[in-house]
Design a protein. Structure first.
Ligand SMILES: Nc1ncnc2c1ncn2[C@@H]1O[C@H](COP(=O)(O)OP(=O)(O)OP(=O)(O)O)[C@@H](O)[C@H]1O
Ligand SMILES: [Mg+2]
Length: 389
């Protein structure tokens, strides 16, 4: 998030110092400067805040502490959530207490020092992130669970993530297939880091670190890849996933999980946070049998049919070698929520081009994915502007 600062001080050298330090801080800028500390100072600062509602204020009170407190009081009355840093030469404890009671957030001792200034700016940034998190709703997690290998789970998760991103949702796709994570490969993305790096550094996890670890698809969504090394995959536990999942839904509108893996404790820990669980299957006998087992396990774990939706891939209405739709419904006790057509050429061409099928012209499979999203209440129209995180 950008860091914006409005600075008020009668001292040109104070302004010079702040400008220089802000220029050295990534993503930071001074959006207002006031040397005239006259009686209408708070009004001028408030005008700046109106123009830059995300900004913080740095108020030099060294020339007149009482006037500084009055300005602080007026500013905080107008904008109670505004982050105001006071700065002075020497202030008594009593003065600091009064400034705290009026809502001062921080204090910088003069002469200003680089390290202390940069720590204060880091606190401004954290405050901004906290406000941002509080003001937005939690995102939604959608988990795709494959009842067996090769049923099309990764294809479904990748296309669903692409659709979310095209609708302007900030989106992350999490590859939970620790054995052969394919998501990045289906998108032609190279990655150096993975979920193992997040799990190993959970105590320092923040947005910047996460963005350094994930890779980004040209459509704007992020991918948190599975580790390349099998040994590192084993270090990722349920608690890691719970924490990573919570972190992601606080920051992204849509969190898509590629659960091409057994229904184990790791996958179950993701389901706790999921709004929808898409069980992907085909009409092959072993897939339907496994789907029955999966639905049973999910029901025992407390996930009923309002959360669990069957996605039937490669629908074949006639083939005698497959379980027909009526038998499937009887065996599973529910009709599929969605059926995707059997379009091997289209699916393979999209893997070959490393682009989700929903982005490729007029394909039957792409259309079916778009209608699937519509049935879930997601608007079918792509957004004009991609939302960046
Ligand atoms: N609707 C479809 N019609 C035809 N082929 C499809 C369809 N969806 C996916 N496929 C193809 O099926 C194969 C397996 O798909 P995918 O990798 O998505 O499955 P998976 O369940 O994630 O497999 P894994 O167990 O390896 O993780 C791929 O070649 C893919 O292109
Ligand atoms: Mg897969």
């Amino acid at each position: 998030m950008p860091i914006q600062l409005i600075v008020a001080s009668p001292e040109p050298r104070f302004h010079d110092f702040v400008r220089e330090q802000m220029a050295l801080t990534p993503n930071a800028e001074v959006v207002g400067q006031h040397e005239d500390m006259g009686p209408n100072l708070s009004v001028r600062i408030l005008q700046d805040v109106n123009l830059n509602p995300q900004s913080a204020v740095l108020l030099d009170i060294s020339a007149d502490q009482e006037q500084g407190l009055r300005a602080l009081e007026q500013i905080k009355l107008a904008f109670p959530k505004l982050y105001v840093i006071l700065s002075g030469v020497q202030c008594s404890e009593e003065f600091l207490l009064r400034s705290m009671r009026l809502g001062g957030a921080d204090f910088l001792q003069q002469p200003l020092k680089r390290a202390e200034f940069s720590d204060a700016i880091a606190r401004v940034e954290q405050h901004g992130e906290r406000l941002h998190r509080q003001s937005r709703q939690l995102g939604r997690m959608y988990t795709f669970v494959g009842v067996k290998g090769g049923v099309g789970t990764t294809t479904a998760a990748v296309n669903f993530a692409a659709l979310c991103a095209r609708q302007g949702k900030s989106t992350v796709l999490v590859d939970l297939d620790m054995d052969s994570g394919d998501a990045a490969c289906y998108l032609g993305l190279r990655h150096q880091y993975s979920m193992a790096d997040v799990a190993e550094n959970l105590d320092q996890l923040d947005q910047a670190m996460l963005e350094g670890i994930m890779v980004r698809d040209p459509l704007g969504f992020w991918v948190l890849c599975a580790p390349e090394e099998v040994e590192r995959s084993r270090l990722i536990g349920e608690q890691h996933l719970r924490e990573i999942g919570s972190f992601l839904i606080e920051r992204f509108d849509a969190v898509i999980i590629d659960g091409s893996r057994a229904l184990d404790d790791l996958l179950l820990s993701c389901l706790e946070l999921s709004e929808s669980i898409f069980v992907v299957l085909t009409q092959e006998f072993p897939a339907v049998r496994n789907a029955q087992r999966y639905l049973g396990a999910l029901a025992r774990a407390g996930y009923g049919l309002e959360a669990v939706k069957l996605v039937l891939n490669r629908v074949d209405k006639k083939g005698s070698l497959y379980v027909n739709l009526e038998q499937l419904k009887q065996t599973l006790g529910a009709a599929p929520f969605w059926g995707l057509p059997n379009r091997y050429e289209e699916a393979m061409q999209s893997v070959h081009e490393a682009r989700p099928v929903v982005t490729r012209g007029n394909t039957e499979l792409g259309r079916s994915y778009r209608d699937f999203a519509k049935k879930l209440g997601m608007d079918g129209q792509p957004a004009a502007v991609l939302q960046k995180k």
